[in-house]
Write a protein that binds this ligand. Structure first.
Ligand code: 0PR
Length: 395
């Protein structure tokens, strides 16, 4: 650290320089995040100093958090929703704002673990959960942090979790299942209703990872059943900082029953509230304000238009790619395309090196993974396909 402070001018000219190294989402087809909506940015600024880690000091920001959880609960068909005041959560559905899908997934599984322990269910040493093979790598963190074995069920030919495989992996030490509503690599939705049936039959918990799909599925022309409408779904992760167009970090975790949150409770004797249910201590109230503002501003209609736009780009990309002889692995369910191309790793490398396109690769099978986000345009799609044609022709 320098001994004497630098001038504002020096600092900001350095920052501007460094910022030019960032992509600004130009030619980015690999990200599940995008430019936050300007309304979200403005609201974020107003609440920049607020800390939801000490709710009593920031009653206003906390009110916004409650309202966001209320709107998300409504979107996800919860009966009634409440955010904990730090003492207890009285109504039937509870939730809080997290830093994103990773924290929501960790807390959901921690909730299962604590809940099972509190119930006094007789279990062996090594608890486990069953997740689809397509699960996000945040579940590897769960395994590592909590000493819970994460069993991976195979996928069917459409990259949905295979229910038979899940069933075969359940044993007496299984505490819960995970289904994904919009998986990271293929944008596929697992059969949540079937998973929920298994959950109820085996007295387990079911966490739905809708980090990406939560702001997509409800706005599709033919939405899937994936939320609290399905009996057996115990918790849902949904990220406003992905297709919700809010600022980073904005995630949310909702539980069907307050008892899950209670099981996450830690006493906070010297704060303005007596307990905390969150993983992090200090939390941004700015994220709550940003998410509140953009959800109110867009309404269902705005999000429907956003999803329609991304789905139109997706359809265009698939249609034109087919004309070039490239088939998608599955008919896209949401705005994620996995494209079968020869030598995907090399194609990816060349697309970046020669044409500045950022794309990613699915693990199994290896294919080109493209996410069509609000920052992409119809012209992007056309240019990308021309460049893809050139790159593949020369391989
Ligand atoms: N669950 C699902 C289904 C996800 O797709 C993701 C992230 C998470 C959980 C974890 O969310 P957080 O990263 O918010 O904790 N999916 C993207 C991924 O890992 C996130 C991402 C976003 C990656 C933008 C790159 C990027 O540029 O691929």
């Amino acid at each position: 650290m320098n001994e004497q402070g630098l001038s504002e001018k020096e600092i900001f000219s350095y920052l501007e320089n460094v910022k030019s190294e960032d992509t600004d989402y130009y030619r980015v087809l690999s990200s599940m995040c995008t430019h936050p909506h300007r309304i979200a940015v403005e609201a974020h600024r107003i609440f920049i100093e607020t800390n939801l880690g000490d709710l009593g000091l920031f009653a206003g920001a906390h009110r916004l958090e409650k309202e966001v959880i209320g709107m998300l609960g409504e979107l996800l068909h919860a009966q009634s929703v409440e955010v904990p005041s730090g003492e207890s959560c009285k109504s039937s559905v509870c939730g809080y704002l997290t830093t994103g899908g990773t924290e929501s997934n960790i807390q959901a599984i921690r909730g299962m673990k604590n809940h099972v322990t509190a119930r006094g269910k007789k279990l062996g040493e090594n608890l486990n959960i069953v997740v689809p093979e397509s699960a996000h790598f945040s579940f590897d963190k769960v395994a590592n942090m909590m000493g819970i074995e994460v069993k991976r069920a195979t996928l069917d030919s459409e990259f949905k979790v295979d229910i038979k495989s899940v069933e075969n992996l359940i044993d007496t030490n299984t505490i819960g299942l995970v289904g994904i509503a919009g998986n990271t690599e293929f944008g596929q939705v697992d059969p949540i209703e079937e998973l929920a049936k298994l959950t109820l039959e085996n007295e387990l918990f079911l966490h739905v990872d809708a980090a990406f799909g939560g702001f997509v599925i409800p706005f599709l022309e033919n939405p899937y059943s994936f939320d609290f409408k399905v009996p057996g779904v115990t918790s849902i992760a949904i990220d406003p900082h992905k297709m919700g167009l809010s600022t980073i970090p904005s995630g949310a975790l909702l539980f069907r029953s307050p008892s899950f949150l209670d099981s996450l409770k830690v006493n906070t004797p010297y704060l303005t509230t007596k307990a905390q249910f969150t993983l992090t201590g200090t939390r941004s109230g700015a994220s709550a304000a940003a998410t509140y503002a953009v959800m109110k501003y867009l309404g269902r209609e705005g999000y429907r238009k956003n999803v329609q736009y991304c789905m139109q780009l997706t359809a265009k990309l698939v249609e034109e790619a087919r004309k070039l002889g490239f088939e998608p692995l599955i008919e896209p369910v949401m705005n994620v395309v996995a494209l079968r191309v020869p030598n995907p790793d090399l194609v990816r490398e060349q697309l970046l090196k020669r044409f500045d396109w950022n794309v990613s690769i699915t693990r199994n099978p290896r294919s080109l993974r493209l996410v069509l986000m609000p920052h992409n345009t119809s012209q992007d799609v056309e240019e990308f396909l021309q460049d893809l044609k050139k790159v593949t022709a020369e391989l």
